[in-house]
Design a protein around this ligand. Sequence first.
Ligand code: OAD
Length: 248
Amino acid sequence: MMNDELIPAELIQILRTARRVVVSTGAGTSAESGVPTFRDAQTGLWARYKPTELATPAAFRRNPRLVWEWYAWRRELVTKAAPNPGHLALVQMQALMPELTLITQNVDGLHQRAGSQQVIELHGNLTRTKCADNGYLVDSWPPTEDVPPHCPHCGGLLRPNVVWFGESLPEETLFQARAAVRQGDLFFSIGTSSFVQPAASLPFEALDSGAKVVEINPDRTPLTAHAHFALYGKAGEILPTLVKLIWS
Ligand code: OAD
C-alpha cells in the first residue's frame, strides 16, 4: 500500500460524499496480475509483433492463424492470471458506494472474476468467440485441426469477440457507458494511456457534465492536465489505500 499522506484530504471528502461514481479502466489495471499492457514490449514467442499490429481486421484477413494463435496465447495467460489488489479494491468500492458503474477497455474478464458487478466491456472479451462473417457468438465447435476453426453455422472463420482497431464498439455498450458518465458526479480513469477512442473521450464527457475526475496512473497521459486529481502510482497500491482511507 502507498503512503496515505499522498492522497489529498479534499479527495477523501469527495469520495465519502460521492453518489454516482463511474470507473473506467485500461490495461494498466491488469498489469499487476501479470497481463502485459498494450504499450509494453511483448516477450517470448510474440516479441517481434506489436499488439497494435495484431489486433486489427486487416491482420486477421492477412493471417487469421497468427491472430487466432496470439489470442489463444493471451487467453491462456489471462486464465492463469488472478485478480490483483486493485481489482479487489474496486469490488469493495462498488459494495460501499451508493452507485458505482465500472467500464473497462480490458478484454481479460479479471474485474468480473474479482467480483465486480455489471461490468461494461467496451472492447469485448477474449474468452468469447464469434463468427467473423455472421457475427454470431459461438460457444463450441466440432473438434478440428483448422486454425482458426470454422463457424458451425456458416463455415466462416471464428475470431475472438473483441473490438479491434478500426472497428466500431457495440452501440448499446457505448450508449450505456455514456449514460452512466453523464449522470456521474465522480469519474476515475485508471491504468489507461487515454489514447484509444472512444474510451479516451469518456473522462472529458465527465468533465463537461461537471463531475470531478481522478486519474490513477504511474505516467502522465493526455488526460492528466485536465484531471482534478492525478494520483501517480500503481492501481494495485493506490486503490486499496483509497478504500482504507474512505472507510476508516
Ligand atoms: P495501454 O497499454 O495503452 O496503457 C496502459 C496504461 O497503464 C499506461 O498509461 C501505463 O502507464 C498504465 N499502467 C501501467 N502499469 C500500471 C499500474 N500498475 N497501475 C496503473 N496504471 C498502470 O492500455 P489501454 O489504455 O487499456 O484496444 O489501451 C487501450 C486499448 O488499446 C486497449 O483496449 C486495446 C489497445 O490496443 C483494442 O484492442 C481495441
